[in-house]
Design a protein around this ligand. Structure first.
Ligand code: ADP
Length: 359
């Protein structure tokens, strides 16, 4: 078996009575863009700080090309870092900020000048060497931080919510730049965010964190199409959850009774659920179809609200005895003609698009 490039093995971190990270294990390939995604407090930053060497784990190990990093102090790990708040030295020019990692490595002046120039070019700030950080926008300052982190060609770059202080438009612009820089340099990136859209846009794979553990690791499409847990299903993509009852179980599939009496067979089943127990059924708003009238449909309900969202239409449908369900139809869908709040509609969906979770 080939040796993984970066290996996080059974990392745990306990602070007094708080277990910030319970058990995190993953392998990261060279050149991969891996994102830690999860809500606030789920242990993403703590895991990243342990990689950076700012914290020691209570248990577990980190191996880079098969060698443990734990005994190596932070500044000798050769890992680049970019954080949420601008961490530039305010009294140093842009050029000197970027040169800093090379100066502490005592690189010759000619090499420093060349590398600073190349790093600033990489982040599209050519010629900004003499500017002071205070005279730059937030986005520009984060680009300088990125140039400084990459100037000595570290094999691994850690980024902790680097864009969260920027407004949406600037954030998207710099996301694009980060992608380009990742492709151009081939650096392995570990990126922390709580923003699913950012994670989907940037990553090769995403590790979904929940309460100090990883629920699932996969590409964006894998997590969306086949979520391993209800938490992942709710965190990636838009979702409805419907309370159902298990009628029969056949291996990894279930037959479910829906609110209102509809029955659906062949729904992929996650977790240990038994006949007659309750299960939570995931329905993606864009994978539900609507028919006018109440004759057809696995679920029948009353239209509560219709919202035009440009290329699609959001319809909120309330089945009796269940929470309202969000449905997204493409513009021009035939059922939309003449549809108004108060109308009864039938909802249909394919069993293989849905997922049942133990609830
Ligand atoms: P995230 O990055 O996902 O928001 P963190 O890794 O920052 O999560 O935190 C995980 C948990 O550990 C939280 O409950 C947080 O309050 C706790 N925690 C983090 N750092 C410390 C610390 N230095 N001392 C005590 N508890 C901490």
């Amino acid at each position: 078996m080939t040796q993984p490039f970066l290996s996080i093995r059974g990392i745990q971190k306990v602070y007094g009575s708080v277990t910030a990270v319970k058990n995190v294990t993953m392998d990261i390939a060279e050149g991969e863009f891996m994102t830690f995604l999860g809500p606030s407090g789920s242990g993403k930053s703590t895991t990243l700080y342990i990689l950076a060497g700012f914290q020691d784990p209570t248990a577990g190990d980190i191996l880079l090309k098969g060698r443990s990093l734990l005994a190596t102090p932070s500044h000798k790990r050769n890992i680049g870092m970019v954080f949420q708040r601008y961490t530039l030295f305010p009294h140093l020019s842009v050029g000197e900020n970027v040169a800093f990692p090379l100066r502490i490595r005592r690189r010759p002046q000619a090499e420093v000048a060349d590398r600073v120039k190349a790093a600033l070019k990489l982040v599209r700030l050519e010629g900004f060497e003499d500017r002071m950080p205070a005279n730059m926008s937030g986005g520009q300052q984060q680009r300088v931080a990125l140039a400084r982190a990459l100037v000595y060609n570290p094999p691994v770059l850690l980024m902790d919510e680097p864009l969260s202080a920027l407004d949406k438009k600037l954030r998207e612009e710099i996301q694009y730049e980060i992608r380009r820089i990742h492709q151009e340099t081939g650096v392995t990136i570990l990126y922390v965010t709580h923003d699913q859209e950012e994670a989907l846009r940037l990553s090769d794979r995403i590790a979904v964190f929940s309460q100090g553990e990883i629920d699932q690791i996969g590409s964006g499409p894998e997590l969306y199409a086949d979520p391993a847990t209800r938490f992942v299903a709710g965190f990636i993509g838009d979702s409805n959850f419907v309370d159902t009852e298990i009628v029969a179980v056949d291996g990894k599939q279930a037959r479910l009774a829906l609110p209102g009496g509809g029955i659906i067979d062949g729904v992929p089943l996650h977790g240990a659920v038994r006949v007659n127990e309750k299960a939570s059924l995931l329905l993606r708003p864009e994978r539900i179809d609507l028919q006018a009238g109440n004759a057809d449909g696995l679920l029948v309900g009353e239209v509560r609200d219709i919202t035009f969202l440009g290329n699609n239409i959001h319809v909120l449908v309330a089945p009796s005895g269940a929470e309202p369900i969000s449905v997204r139809l493409p513009f021009g869908h035939p059922t939309l003609a003449g549809l108004a709040p108060g109308a009864m509609v039938g909802m249909t969906f394919n069993a293989y698009d849905a997922h049942a979770f133990a609830s």
